[in-house]
Design a protein. Sequence first.
Length: 77
Amino acid sequence: IVDLKLCNRTLMSMNLTKLALEARRKVEAFQHKSVKNKNRDETITFMIISSRFLFLELVISQQLFHFLGIFPLGAYF
């Protein structure tokens, strides 16, 4: 005769183990995705800062061209 309590405990233990493994997989996947998002966010931030410096450089050069009386190619329109 099989002890039903022992069977139930074994099944519960197996289910908890499966749940723990599944939870661990989900956490690892989330952490991997989080690292990818962090790298993407750093790249986007770098691009935004770079574009701001480029814009500032263009504004300064346009003002310098105006000050010196030199007109770049796009200034005739």
